[in-house]
Design a protein around this ligand. Structure first.
Ligand code: FAD
Length: 389
């Protein structure tokens, strides 16, 4: 049985584990990343449609995603690897006063964090979304600095760069136990070996609660499934990620969103009105007819779009829809970067940067007060005011 010593062991090579490994390795830390899948990013990371925006209404999401955008957008220049970054912005077209009020209402908060977002008129929306159904269209918001990234290319790039800096990965090797002694972390056990470290990070996504239980910690994260799909490549005809926050007339969809990726494929997803809790990842017969109707109603020319495949993945949801970044006070050396909900891909690099610094120095990069709002010890059941999830 292999016995090895590391500075830190990360459980999970996903949207969060990969960048955290990269930033720790960058500082010379000896890092081991364990994952039960055969290669990086094969958990929920590859289920993401790759939307990246800082234009949230929660201060922590805004600040972390601003850092993510810096990292994503400069990646190719810094490392020479294309991760599919497109700075096409995010656009929320608006058709009803109720959505206009919501979106205009959060603009002051967003602007106070320096976000480049504004209300734009109907003519601008028509330029941004050629062929949009104009019936009832009032205008919308547009944030040109947001964008999209390929989750598959992202995972390969962060894996490669962290390995170049000394991080080790063991795939097909899930953690089966966290070793503890006298209230301190000692390392991680797998079926293949025992690995020692004074620091263990739980970045296990939708399986974070199971990993928490290995240390006797109850983590309030539940998997909530969402479906998505992708078309065959088409000539590029729109740049922004588009979010329609109207509930669907079919009574099943809360909102839907889509974009055209770096290969011209339209990639799309919706939020069901009733959450589908559980780990079932089989595609449903309902998804495609429902999303097709919504897409064609919004942009009629999409009726000829050829669908290549659909899939279903899991949002690791917390009760308040806000992520958890913290150290476990009861167990020295155990850290949590879990509960990423529907935004773990866009948060990943910002979370990785902050968790690496927090683990190394006890302080995050972002403002301490904002970081503390992500505490594992907060009241998860007090309603937080967040207009856009
Ligand atoms: C349809 C859909 C669309 C989405 N679109 C977007 C989007 O556009 N933008 C966005 O920001 N987010 C999006 N998301 C959400 C995003 O995919 C998740 O929030 C994010 O991937 C979670 O990151 P994570 O690192 O916590 O989990 P993961 O990426 O799942 O990584 C966790 C890893 O831990 C591993 N693991 C679990 N248990 C163990 C164990 N015992 N030992 C070792 N390894 C273990 C898993 O195998 C996995 O690889 C979408 C999700 C879905 C389902």
């Amino acid at each position: 049985m292999a016995v090895r010593r590391y500075d830190a062991i990360i459980i999970g090579a996903g949207s969060v584990g990969l960048p955290t490994a990269y930033f720790l390795a960058l500082e010379g830390w000896k890092v081991l990343v364990l994952d039960g899948h055969p290669s990086p990013g094969q958990g929920q990371n590859k289920a993401a449609i790759g939307g990246v925006r800082a234009t949230h209404s929660d201060p922590a999401k805004i600040t972390l995603c601003l850092q993510s955008i810096d990292i994503f957008s400069s990646w190719q220049k810094k490392h020479g690897t294309d991760i599919g970054w497109i700075e096409g912005g995010y656009c929320f077209p608006v058709f009803r006063t109720v959505e206009e009020k919501i979106l205009k209402g959060i603009l002051p908060i967003q602007k106070s964090y320096g976000l480049d977002i504004d209300w734009v008129d109907l003519e601008r929306i028509k330029e941004l979304i050629p062929g949009i159904n104009e019936k009832g269209l009032r205008g919308g918001t547009y944030s040109p600095g947001d964008g999209q990234v390929s989750p598959l290319k992202f995972a390969a790039a962060f894996w490669k760069e962290s390995r170049n800096r000394g991080a080790e990965y063991r795939f097909n090797e899930p953690a089966t136990g966290i070793m503890l002694k006298g209230g301190r972390v000692q390392g991680v056990r797998t079926a293949q070996g025992t690995y020692h470290a004074d620091v263990v990070l739980n970045a296990a996504g939708s399986e974070a609660p199971e990993v928490g239980l290995m240390a006797g910690i109850d983590i309030p994260v539940v998997p909530d499934s969402h479906e998505a799909g992708i078309s065959a490549p088409m000539e590029r005809f729109f740049d922004p990620l588009i979010v329609d926050i109207r509930p669907g007339p079919e009574g099943r969809t809360k909102n839907f969103y889509f974009g055209q990726n770096d290969r011209g494929q339209v990639i799309f997803c919706y939020t069901p009105i009733t959450p589908i809790i559980g780990t079932n990842r089989s595609c449903t017969s309902e998804f495609m007819p429902v999303i097709a109707r919504r897409l064609i109603d919004l942009i009629p020319r999409l009726e000829n779009m050829l669908i290549r495949r659909i899939w279903r993945g899991l949002y690791p949801m917390t009760p308040d829809g806000i992520i958890i970044l913290d150290r476990v006070r009861e167990i020295e050396g155990l850290y949590l970067a879990v509960g990423m909900c529907g935004q773990g891909f866009m948060l990943g690099p910002g979370v990785g940067l902050n968790m690496a610094k927090f683990i190394m120095t006890g302080e995050p990069v972002i403002d301490r007060e904002i970081f503390d709002s992500l505490s594992f010890y907060r009241d998860f059941y007090t309603k937080r005011v967040e207009a856009l999830k």
